[in-house]
Ligand binder design. Structure first.
Ligand SMILES: NC(=O)c1ccc[n+]([C@@H]2O[C@H](COP(=O)([O-])OP(=O)(O)OC[C@H]3O[C@@H](n4cnc5c(N)ncnc54)[C@H](OP(=O)(O)O)[C@@H]3O)[C@@H](O)[C@H]2O)c1
Length: 280
């Protein structure tokens, strides 16, 4: 059965992949975006009813992160609007190891609607479509928690799991914890990118304090600095988050995409073929 599905964050790392997969399967997909028509903006709840009208299922990726202040209230309101609009199913993208995100998960779990929680570890795509790309292109990545083993997960795997959850009721009530197949340190990850792309990229392990100071020096907005500091400390500072799960294999009946495969694909797509950049 084909479904009407709103993908909130439908132009983002996971959302754009979900939109493509759902379109290929013939579902009616609405892209949730500030540029959409109707538009969906987390800062303008008065527009949510129009964006949700006629939808049977929602994929929810919150911006910038479920840990920030205001997220809980926004998810609470979204659940209310979804119920009023007769939505049947919610699929929430959450962050593994984020205590604040789990409070938002509880709102979805107790919404009375069908739900699936997709709790993901750090994405591979942070190196190619997010804040780590600048360091890669500039040939120097300096990060805290250099010794932490991180089971990076691929946004394509997250998207496939989310699509299964959106269209198949057998995933109702499940909390999936998604990780890649192996733990890598930032240094190991950067080394693999350097080797495969032929770019010289230096890695330096630094303290969280030094990392925060470097962001301030570049005039990175304070709320983004808070979030990055939180994510490093809360997620990477907790050894429990290096746990590797087999939930992707359980849902997709295949192994998760490894970091090496992601790097090879990204090199072939030319994502690191640019000159150095400055985003701030
Ligand atoms: N990166 C990670 O390693 C990681 C790990 C675990 C969980 N997560 C979670 O993943 C979520 C982000 O998902 P993603 O990485 O797929 O998205 P993303 O790449 O961060 O994409 C941003 C998306 O959010 C939309 N957006 C930005 N500001 C918005 C606003 N004010 N109102 C409505 N939409 C807005 C953008 O749409 P328009 O610009 O078109 O409006 C775009 O579709 C966050 O909740 C984060 O906590 C991330």
């Amino acid at each position: 059965m084909k479904r009407n599905i709103l993908v909130i964050g439908g132009t983002g790392k996971t959302g754009k992949r979900i939109v493509k997969l759902l379109n290929n399967l013939g579902h009616q997909v609405r892209v949730g975006s500030r540029k959409g028509n109707p538009a969906f903006d987390w800062h303008h709840p008065e527009g949510w009813s129009a964006a949700i009208k006629g939808m049977e299922a929602l994929y929810i990726s919150y911006q910038p992160d479920l840990a920030v202040s205001g997220a809980l209230e926004a998810i609470e309101e979204l659940v209310k609007v979804a119920k009023k609009s007769n939505v049947k199913k919610l699929v929430l993208l959450s962050g593994k190891g984020e205590r604040e995100a789990q409070l938002c998960e509880q709102l979805v779990i107790h919404s009375g609607l069908d739900y699936t929680i997709v709790r993901a570890n750090w994405f591979n795509q942070n190196f190619s479509e997010n804040f780590l790309v600048e360091g890669i292109l500039n040939g120097h990545v300096a990060l805290p928690y250099a010794e932490a083993k991180i089971p990076f997960v691929d946004a394509n795997d997250i998207a496939e799991v989310a699509v299964s959850a959106l269209i198949d009721d057998k995933h109702n009530g499940e909390i999936y914890q998604l990780t890649g197949p192996e733990g890598l340190t930032f240094e190991e990850a950067v080394h693999m990118i350097s080797k495969a792309s032929g770019r010289e990229i230096q890695f330096t392990g630094i303290s969280v304090k030094a990392y925060v100071a470097a962001m301030r020096q570049k005039n990175v907005p304070e709320d983004f600095i808070w979030l990055i500091e939180y994510l490093f400390t809360e997620v990477l500072g907790n050894p429990d988050n290096s746990e590797i799960t087999n939930d992707i294999e359980q849902v997709l009946s295949r192994k998760p995409i490894g970091f090496k495969e992601y790097v090879e694909k990204s090199v072939n797509n030319g994502v690191w073929n640019h000159a150095s950049v400055s985003s701030h």
